[in-house]
Design a protein around this ligand. Sequence first.
Ligand code: SF4
Length: 269
Amino acid sequence: MAKADPASRSRSRKGFEAKSLQTDTQNVTRRAKARTGPGKPPKGYNPISPERVAEILKRLNDLYPEVTCALTHQSAWELLVATILSAQSTDVNVNRVTPELFRKYPSVEAFAALSPEQLEPDVRSTGFFRNKSKSVVGAAKKVVADFGGEVPEDMDKLLTLPGVARKTANVVLGTWFKKAEGVVVDTHVHRISRRLELTKENDPQKIEQDLMKIIPRERWILFSHQIIWHGRKLCFARKPNCVECPLENICHAGDKTWSTVEMHKGAIG
Ligand code: SF4
């Protein structure tokens, strides 16, 4: 059998060494990931212990002491309309549309006199404008017909209005009427409550029930505002800014971008 020449022996040795180096590196990376990646919470860990919840609330208070709803409004009706328009849109986007909208139709009666099609061009830029127009005009007609032109201050009555579910009703009751009937669960509250392990649920109604059990009633309104601001400022859906977050060392979210504590697999926004 012909012997391989020294140059080719050296080439194949180098190839082998390079391959095993690559495999070693991959193994080390895999081991490192297994050690540092999200895992199960330790035995006995209770993410909803009163002490932990109180600490989260305290830090939110320090971070966002006087926050409120970012939707521009001058009345319960305007807040109701703005909240309906904010679905799948941003508050900034809604605030661009509503000043002109409320100038053009200055009362609930003015909205009630419209057909949904007439309203569509005015709310088009907020997205899903056909459904939103139907909801706003439908709600206006019902407020005028059933509630004497006044937005009701009652959860059950609010829920009879077209386009109004618990989230919208909670916004109006909490922000305008200062009534804590529930916790607003929007996309930010949904995501961050899960990251902070305050709930394991995915359904907004079940998340709200969980939050109502562990958060003192007098904090329901402010907590929602604070979490919504936290979602806008730091705890983004993609790439949360964990390195800047004052909740970092008590947050075990599995999708943190930076962590000084263990991360928990199930705590994903
Ligand atoms: S540490 Fe990160 S994931 Fe946890 S609350 Fe703060 S920003 Fe959100």
